[in-house]
Design a protein. Sequence first.
Length: 74
Amino acid sequence: MSTEVVPVVRLANEIAAQFPNHPVPEAAQAIATHIRQFWDPRMRRELLTLDPEVAAELDERAAAAVAALRVATK
C-alpha cells in the first residue's frame, strides 16, 4: 500500500484536528455535522465505505464521526 493518505481521510483528520481538547463524543458530533453540511455526497459515501485498512488511518475523533454518520444513514 502507498504511504499517501486518501484525501477524504486527510480532510476528516484535518477537521478532527480542530477539536483536540474536546471529548470524543462531542468532537465526533461536530465533525459529523460539518461533513453532512459541507461535503459532497460522493465524498461522504467514499468516507463511509473506506477499506478497514485505510479507515485505520482516521484520527480517533474522525473515526467516531464516521461511526455516527453510519448510524444516521441507517
